[in-house]
Design a protein around this ligand. Structure first.
Ligand code: SF4
Length: 433
């Protein structure tokens, strides 16, 4: 099947690929909590400050995950719940009000303060939504205060972004009754990727284009029945539901990884906006060619390689589709923390039926399956990567797919390179040993 026929045969949004048996596992799991999403969200939304209400563990997590960023006076911090708070000797709400007061006095440039719930704040039932409402009365309109949960009890890694964006949806203004059609691209993308997509979409003739999250809290786009939206990240599921509840219509397609994925994603938008097929071909043609050439360069290193994905970010089914469909790799297992089948339907449909999809994790059993499968490349978190390397496997840290610009035509080669690099490094080390 050629790329073109695959794209033409993309399932409609509500079509669900039912032919693959899904392995559902619950047990010990090795994943990040949703707090980690603050690391990219605070860089994306430049006038927001994220205040975690949590423990020293949460502060340590952020310190180690953010690495050198913590030296650059970042726009996030942890209000640590101390023993006095836990013993009921201090009123937590009064303490929080005092911290927020001091923080905003010191950082007057902050326009949105986000209270982020953690495991400890949830376990002691500190109502951060209510606290945000109270603080908002004091500090708005200079600074808007809102809340969401990033706790490990409720969220895995990228779900923190989903919770934040769905909270933003509640803040978005209603579109005017006579508003023309508009498009919202949902999911944090690197600025360079946003700019490239904007140019292509303007070429289609789409006039009103917005991204969620917006670059500042003051640019939240209006939403209503004339708004269409498409996910650019597979993990923003609750946000999609929140937008639909506000009347917006969802566009479904594959995720924009590689030449095929990007074309399918753009085609879904083009069809929703009645873009003439010739115009579509003319606008996307140069980018498609550049992406194809870039991918060609890495195909020799990836074709036929057996790849095993551990769950991390929910991007795994779409990344596996890219590796299989565009790089001819053999996919052994695709682990994902959660599988929202309707959102990844197009990518799942393009994966062979033999691929084992697993949802959730029982890490010891999954490690056993990975060893038995003898993969050429294991995509996994940092906690598993070095131990697997010691056993002789090549690994790729999955977190890099969240932090690197990988979407769109111009980044297709970089995406392939992320997978190819560990394989090349291992073969070089062998030769030189
Ligand atoms: S929110 Fe929970 S899982 Fe995340 S660092 Fe804090 S205690 Fe740990």
């Amino acid at each position: 099947m050629t790329a073109t026929t695959l794209i033409q045969n993309l399932p409609a949004g509500d079509a669900v690929a039912t032919h693959k048996p899904i392995l559902r596992e619950r047990g010990q799991h090795e994943v990040f909590c949703g707090l980690t999403s603050i690391i990219w969200l605070h860089r994306k939304m430049q006038d927001a400050f994220f205040l975690i209400v949590g423990s020293r563990t949460c502060a340590h997590l952020m310190q180690s995950a953010a690495g050198v960023m913590i030296f650059a006076e970042p726009r996030f911090a942890t209000a640590i719940i101390g023993e006095r708070d836990l013993a009921g000797m201090a009123d937590l709400n009064d303490e929080l009000d005092g911290i927020v007061e001091r923080l905003l006095a010191r950082r007057p440039e902050i326009r949105m303060l986000v209270l982020v719930g953690s495991c400890p704040s949830e376990v002691i039932k500190l109502d951060l939504d209510r606290a945000a409402g109270r603080l908002n009365k004091i500090h708005a309109p200079d600074c808007r205060v809102m809340a969401y949960s990033g706790s490990g009890i409720e969220t895995t890694f990228t779900q923190g972004e989903d919770n934040f964006l769905s909270a933003l949806v509640a803040d978005m203004p209603a579109e005017e009754p006579d508003a023309g059609p508009s498009l919202i691209v949902v999911g944090s993308l690197a600025d360079v990727v946003e700019d490239q997509f904007t140019r292509i979409l303007q070429g289609f003739g789409v006039r009103k284009i917005a991204f969620l999250p917006s670059r500042t809290s003051r640019d939240l786009p209006p939403v209503g029945p004339n708004t269409r939206f498409i996910l650019a990240q597979p993990f923003d599921n609750v946000t999609a539901q929140a937008l639909v509840r506000r009347g917006a219509q969802q566009i479904f397609g594959p995720f924009p990884y590689g030449e095929w994925g990007t074309t399918g994603w753009l085609r879904a938008i083009a069809e929703a906006f009645d873009v003439d097929p010739e115009r579509f071909a003319a606008i996307t043609g140069p980018g498609r060619n550049r992406a194809r050439q870039a991918l060609e360069h890495y195909r020799g290193q990836l074709a036929g390689k057996r790849v095993f994905f551990f769950p991390d970010s929910q991007m795994e089914p779409s990344l596996a589709r890219f590796l299989h469909g565009e790089m001819q790799a053999e996919i052994q297992e695709v682990g994902t923390p959660y599988l929202h089948r309707a959102h990844v339907a197009a990518d799942l449909a393009a994966l062979p039926e033999t691929v084992q999809i697993s949802e959730g994790q029982d890490v010891d059993r999954q490690i056993d399956r990975a060893r038995a499968a003898e993969p050429d490349l294991i995509v996994c978190g940092m906690g598993l990567a070095n131990p697997f390397e010691v056993e002789g496997y090549s690994t790729k840290w999955s977190i890099e797919f969240v932090f690197s610009p990988i979407q769109g035509y111009e980044q297709a080669g970089d995406l392939a390179e992320l997978f190819a690099r560990p394989l090349v490094r291992r073969s070089r080390l062998k030769v030189e040993a």
